[in-house]
Design a protein around this ligand. Structure first.
Ligand code: TIU
Length: 227
């Protein structure tokens, strides 16, 4: 397999020039807290079943990425058990009955080390795949993600995960400002709100790709298998 060359991937607003060896698959916050009942997502009043359609396409893309020997990074949103990295504003936002750090059916909500904070079994990280613990919505804020990508000379990101308009969008914007080209496969990102799914993707690819590109997992799988 030839992975040094550029492989065009169907995308909007125009084809993405994938350079597999310089591209990381970045899977954002596919945690039980967002995808399963009883976690942070549901505590905020959301229908968590809306996100489940992302699991199978992301699992297929992850398997193809791994089979091609390419770089995978996972992120998890969450806080230290003593909540010392939790801004008071984030703790009280939403006025929910159960908030970050409180006990829930999957342990303390959005706290590192708790069952709900873990990545879902279908997409569980393998040994050697970095897992970035992030306290915010963007994966670059208060993390070593940029340093890890720079050390591997990564310049492109395929960004999957949840939610499209919150952590995925924030991360794509942060990445764009740091000089990365981002491709978002729309079947591998999900929102609790169909309207926000559409708007979140439209914002990325508008204005000639102001923040990046939007494609599909099938195009990426074909591209990395064809080199
Ligand atoms: N609430 C919501 O849509 N998302 C988050 O709080 N975090 C992520 O998107 N990961």
């Amino acid at each position: 397999m030839q992975t040094q060359s550029i492989v065009p991937v169907t995308a909007e607003p125009y084809p993405f020039e994938l350079s597999p060896r310089e591209c990381a698959l970045l899977i954002i916050d596919m945690q039980r807290d967002f995808l399963e009942p009883g976690g942070f997502g549901e505590a905020l009043g959301n229908d968590v079943s809306q996100l489940r359609r992302t699991i199978d396409p992301t699992r297929r893309l992850l398997a193809a990425w791994r089979a091609a020997g390419l770089f995978v990074i996972h992120t998890r949103e969450g806080h230290r058990p003593d909540l010392s990295d939790l801004p008071p504003a984030k703790k009280v936002r939403g006025r929910a009955a159960v908030t970050i750090g409180d006990a829930g059916p999957m342990g303390r909500i959005l706290v590192r080390g708790e069952p709900g904070h873990d990545i879902i079994a279908e997409l569980y990280p393998k040994a050697g795949e970095p897992v970035i613990d992030k306290p915010g919505k963007g994966a670059f804020f208060a993390t070593d993600l940029h340093a890890i990508l720079q050390a591997r000379t990564v310049r492109q990101l395929v960004v999957c995960g949840v939610t499209t308009e919150v952590c995925v969008n924030t991360t794509v914007r942060e990445a764009n400002d740091r000089g990365y080209d981002c491709l978002v496969p729309e079947d591998c990102v999900g929102s609790y709100y169909p309207a926000f799914q559409a708007a979140g993707l439209a914002m990325i690819k508008a204005q000639g790709g102001i923040f990046g590109w939007v494609g599909e997992s099938a195009g990426l799988i074909k591209a990395i298998g064809s080199g």
